[in-house]
Every structure is written in C-alpha cells, then in structure tokens.
Design a protein around this ligand. Structure first.
Ligand SMILES: Nc1ncnc2c1ncn2[C@@H]1O[C@H](COP(=O)(O)OP(=O)(O)OP(=O)(O)O)[C@@H](O)[C@H]1O
Length: 494
C-alpha cells in the first residue's frame, strides 16, 4: 500500500485508525484525540461530555441523539470485539427484482472472477469462502448491468466485506475522481469500514481512498482524485454540494451502511436522501442494515429504487437448555448476600451479572472485588474502545465475573459464559418486562446448545410480577431457589 491514505499495515490495526488520519488536518485537535470521539451531529446542542464518553444509563429517558449514540456505540463495539464471522445456519431469503432471471450463488471467491489483486486481498484477510450472505449478495452486486440491493443480516455476518469487495471491483483506477461513495452513520464507523477497504485493497495500490469526515478540511475549489470516498452524511453532502469536492454525477456505486443506525437521526436520513438525489440514475445503490423494522424498510425504499432484497434471519435463541431460577430477596444487600452464597456453593467458571443502572453495577463490582473476586466492569461512562478492551480481557479469562448494565452488553455473545445472573430483571423504559433482552442475555442458539444456568434476583412485588410475566411469555418454568440452603444450590449445578 504505497500512498498516504492507504498506508496501513494489516498487523497494526490499533494504530491504523490514527495513522489513517494522520494526513488529515484536524483543526484545534491533535489527531490522536480524534479517534476516541463519538461523532455528534452538527445540529446537536453542545453537551459537557466532549471526550466522547457515551452516556447510556438505562433508567434515563433517551433523546434521539442518545438513542443514536447507543446504537452507533453498540455497532462499533461489535466491530471492535469481533474477529470472526457470526455463524448462521438460516436460509437466505431472496426477493429478486426480476424473478425470471436465474439466481446465482457462489461457493467460492474464485467463481466471482475478481481481479487477481482483489482475490489476493480477500485471501490475505483469511477468508476461505464466502459467508452465507456473501454467497448470494456478491454475485448480485457484481452482476452486469449493475443491480440495486437492499440487504439485511445480523451484525457480523459479512455485509461490510461484501460491499467493500463490490466497490473495489467496480473502480477504474485510471479515472482520477471519486467513483464509489459510502455513507456511515458516525466518524468511528466510517474509519472501521475504511480499514476493511484498506486491508482488502492491500494488493491494489493504485486505488485511493478519502475520508469525508468532520475535521478533514480540504482546500476550497479542490477536486478529489481518490476513487473511493467514505464518510458521514453531513460532510459528504457538503462535499457534493456546497464545496463541490466530489462530482456526484460521476458516482457509480453508492453504499449506505448501517441503515438502522442511520435512521435514528432524522438529520442523517434527510442528508442521505439529498445525497442520493444528486446521483445519476444508473448509479448502483446498495443499502445494508443489521435489523429490518418498518422504519428501516421505509427509508430503504426511498433510498434504493428497484432493489433486489436479501434477508438473513437471526439464528433463533432458545431457553430450552437453560435452567432458570429466581431468588426472593428484600433489598440490594440481600441480593448481594444471595450472590455470595451461590458463589460459595458452586464453582462458576465465568459469569455475567446484569444490573439496571450503572450505579448498581459500580457498587456491585466494588463489593465483589472486596470479596476477592476478579471482576470486570462495563460501565456506560466508558469509551467504546475501553469497553472493547474489557470484553477482550474477560473473553481471555483474565477476569471471571463481568458486571454490566444491559446497554453496554447488548449483543455481546456470551457463549463461553455458563452462568448469567440478572441482579436486576430487564425492563423496558415503561417498566414492563423486556422479554427480548431476557432472551438475549441468557438464551443460547440451537447450534451452541450448551447448557446454562440463569439466576434472577427478585427484590419486590413489582419485580416478582415482572418475573411472572417473563415466565408466562416464554412458557418456561422459573424455579424458586433458596440461597440459604447450600445443598439446594449445589443441586442446581449438577
Ligand atoms: N467470507 C468470510 N470468511 C471469513 N471471515 C469473514 C468473511 N467475511 C467477513 N469475515 C469476517 O467476519 C467478521 C464480520 O464481517 P463483517 O464486518 O463484514 O460483518 P457485518 O455483517 O458487516 O457486520 P456489521 O453489521 O457489524 O457491520 C469480520 O471480522 C470479517 O473480517
């Protein structure tokens, strides 16, 4: 990788996000600081929290920006802690624009007839064969004439790698202007995708990439010669319209990534639509989302005319292999005592403990540490990179207990964790049982049908009512456990 904007070594990923920005002029900020910031939309009223800490206390009513920050932070966290594909055995659902044309799917990257330098890039990333979603999405994205695509599949199933490969395949390096434009909801997510472009394009040094992100100030009147531009909607819109750094009429591929995160901010939706309207009719439009609720679908339809649609359902989680218990307590201290009794009676390899607020999580982590446990704490005040580091340590077994609020740990797979303790039961913002979160905390996918143990702490009539409703919802008995009876606790472990 010979150029300044591409000069990244694959094995120096951590330094890469900073390095890749080193050519950018960041006003009033050292480039090193920039990486840690969570991008705020331009219209946001300034908050005291300028260090990018993502405030995510569960019991605080969320503004639109908070919602978006949660989603964007979660998405970034997932990317930072993931090194492999998330496996999925579900069938891909395909809706073709032209149902009469044959549906191609590939089992190898060779079948795609990629340029050799791209195939080399793919293999150098350790990809042996296309992921489930890639099998169908890649032939569609690379077909001639180009076809539009809306694709939805869970985080970690290979969407980013797929559209990056599509963009790299379509670029003509001889034409020194932007031909592919990719929108990401935040600065950090744009950098993450940029890294994938850089890795996959490692053996294609003629291709150049530019980041259209806040802080990258180019000279007025300048035209960008890089082939691929990745950025956030506000800056990309400025570059396409007011500043005219990019000629949108020359864009051949337009990617909108993380549509579900994007739509959490009305401003971003509007900007994305305005950008889309500037593009030529024959521009290939590709939209990706990890989830597909109605709002995402409506937005997707506005953005992508005549699309093919690909969906890959999440693998179903089930409670079938989980033993569920509840413990009756009167207050927080009794809950803590019950927890200590459980730890005293059975050997727990690794456990995750969920609290409702970060205050409780902080308190509980401190108390457990005093008892001599090695405790990891995920707290809503931590920056995403710090959270990722905590999760990595926990995964590596450096700590045996992870105390967290839900917001910090949503979507983190807990395969190796056999015990989950709901120190507080999951409730939504109206105080009703949050069944989905309950399932995600303790459920196991069929394939990993390992046995697990879940203990729910109940400390009031209200929480007993929540528990009863959760039990009814899943139609699975949650047994009462007397934590003063050591023999009884021992039995549950067998
Ligand atoms: N064909 C493949 N073979 C092996 N690993 C792959 C393949 N495709 C992608 N990966 C790896 O799997 C992980 C997830 O891929 P990717 O980031 O593309 O998923 P995603 O669906 O875009 O996730 P998100 O929704 O979080 O952006 C990454 O570590 C990526 O390098």
């Amino acid at each position: 990788m010979a150029t300044d904007s591409w000069a990244l070594a694959v094995d120096e990923q951590e330094a890469a996000a900073v390095d890749s920005l080193s050519h950018l002029e960041i006003k009033d900020e050292k480039p090193k600081d920039v990486k840690l910031k969570v991008e705020k939309p331009k219209d946001e009223k300034s908050k005291p929290d300028v260090n990018g800490a993502v405030k995510t206390d569960n019991n605080v009513e969320k503004s639109e920006d908070d919602e978006k920050e949660d989603k964007a932070a979660q998405s970034l966290l997932n990317k930072l802690i993931r090194s492999n594909l998330v496996n999925n055995t579900n069938q891909v659902e395909v809706l073709q624009r032209d149902p009469n044309s044959p549906l191609y799917s590939v089992k190898s990257f060779e079948e795609l007839r990629l340029k050799p330098q791209l195939l080399q890039g793919v293999y150098s990333m350790g990809f042996n064969r296309p992921s489930k979603i890639q099998e169908t999405a890649l032939p569609m994205m690379l077909a001639e004439p180009p076809q539009n695509l809306i694709a939805q599949s869970q985080s970690g199933t290979g969407k980013t790698a797929a559209f990056v490969l599509a963009m790299l395949s379509r670029v003509d390096p001889a034409c020194r202007y932007p031909q592919c434009l990719c929108l990401s909801p935040t600065y950090e997510l744009a950098l993450q995708t940029g890294k994938v472009i850089e890795q996959m394009g490692k053996f294609y040094p003629e291709l150049k990439l530019e980041y259209a992100v806040r802080g990258n100030k180019l000279e007025r009147g300048q035209k960008i010669s890089e082939h691929i531009v990745i950025g956030t909607p506000g800056t990309v819109l400025d570059w396409c319209s007011k500043l005219k750094f990019i000629d949108p009429k020359k864009i051949k591929v337009f990617v909108l990534d993380e549509a579900d995160v994007m739509i959490a901010t009305q401003g971003h939706q509007d900007q994305s639509i305005r950008i889309q309207r500037m593009l030529p009719r024959d521009c290939q439009m590709l939209l990706f989302s990890a989830t597909f609720e109605d709002s995402v679908w409506k937005f997707a339809q506005k953005m992508v005319p005549d699309p093919n649609i690909i969906k890959l359902k999440r693998e179903e989680e089930t409670l079938d292999t989980i033993k569920q218990y509840y413990v009756l307590c009167n207050n927080r201290d009794e809950k803590f005592q019950a927890l200590c009794n459980i730890y005293g009676a059975i050997t727990i390899a690794q456990a995750m403990i969920f609290c409702h607020t970060k205050k409780t999580a902080n308190w509980l982590a401190a108390e457990l540490s005093k008892e001599g446990h090695q405790v990891a704490l995920l707290n809503g005040d931590m920056m995403v990179e710090q959270r990722a580091a905590v999760i990595e340590r926990f995964r590596a077994g450096k700590e045996k207990v992870l105390v967290t609020t839900n917001v910090c740990a949503r979507g983190i797979d807990v395969e190796q964790v056999s015990v989950v303790i709901n120190f507080d039961l999951p409730v939504d913002k109206d105080g009703n049982p949050d069944n989905e979160t309950y399932l995600h905390r303790i459920g196991r996918t069929g394939r990993f049908g390992k046995r697990g143990l879940a203990v729910n702490m109940v400390d009031s009539k209200h929480s007993l009512n929540i528990l009863t409703r959760i039990q009814e919802h899943f139609n699975k008995k949650i047994e009462k456990l007397d934590t003063d009876d050591l023999d009884e606790i021992e039995k549950i472990a067998n």
